[in-house]
Design a protein around this ligand. Sequence first.
Ligand SMILES: Cc1ncc(COP(=O)(O)O)c(C=O)c1O
Length: 385
Amino acid sequence: MSFKVPLSRPFLEEDDVEEVLNVLRSSYLSMGPYIGRFERAIAEYTGVDYAVAVSSGTAALHLILKSLKPRKGEYAIVPSFTFVASVNVFLYEGITPIFVDIDERTFNVSPEALEDLLIRIEKGKYSLSGEKVDINKVKYFMGVDIFGQPLDWDRIIPLLRERNITIIEDSCEALGSEYKGKKAGNFGVAGAFAFYPNKQITTGEGGVIVTNDEKIYELSKSMRNQGRGKGNDWLLHVRLGYNYRMDEMSAALGYSQMKKIDRILDMRDRVARLYTELLKDVKGVRPPIVEDYTTKMGWFVYVVLLDEGLDSERVIKALEEKGIQARNYFQPVHLQPFFRDMDYSEGELPITERVSKRTVALPFFTSISEDDVRYVVESLAEVIL
Ligand SMILES: Cc1ncc(COP(=O)(O)O)c(C=O)c1O
């Protein structure tokens, strides 16, 4: 089905096309010069020492975790209100996710819920599949900057540091966002960004690891390339690795897009502000809340919360009938069919479960026209009644 106003669209200009064509003309399609150029652009922009470009955001998260030498039987605290990949990477390594509830304003992990959960585990009052969770085995926290908004890190970090829990920052949705002046990606031992075509910038498929930790950098670089050693000797494999390499066409596109990241984020910010302004007059809809600590918002999607009693599925269908593509972001991870099979169930995360029935992502992309935004808001006002 094609829509008059799609949910998202990549922002591609002639210079992006030219940069990718340069690769095709060079016949250097993988492991060429653009990977390094793209990585340096990302590292510089994010303010970190190292960046490692990989084939997806999921691969980035997986390699960060692998670099931390995870062991089967450990636990990770994760939000359920996220994309499934934030949680799956732990399952890949035999680590059990423990879900934590979110804040109703930001949809990010709530510091209160996190503290409450940690205390319950410490007191031996938290069980999974009939087994008490040992706090000493809770090793990781996946901090997801949801929809581009950073977590309230000053309240989250002390709770985890005190208990030696390692933070991985899933910034896949938050390129360019800042928490109190510091860029997303800087709040854990490493961060991940993703570049699927609906993201702030795209490489088609792709992701990147950002870190100041030399070990994580070296291990990730090796593991993305089948565990090759430092010299990249063609058939010398010093550890278990993967093919998580980013190809040169993707890197060239990412490099080109990074040259205009500020303009892209400004354009997205303008769209978000217009939506928020127009939605003021629409009853039954709460626009996204940007907290004061979010000193810059690298907008990923524009998700509204419908009033209690309104159902997002109905509203989405009605918008689609008007040629407007909308989506229910997110369906909780712990209620996905294969998580239910693992014994997670409804009733565990009241805010996540309540909110996720009422969230609607409206069409949002860098080049969306003012007229289209107005049409979406007018249509929403009509169908919501
Ligand atoms: C929060 C979050 N984590 C991880 C990912 C995974 O990224 P990818 O789809 O590039 O593997 C995404 C991408 O959609 C995401 O939104």
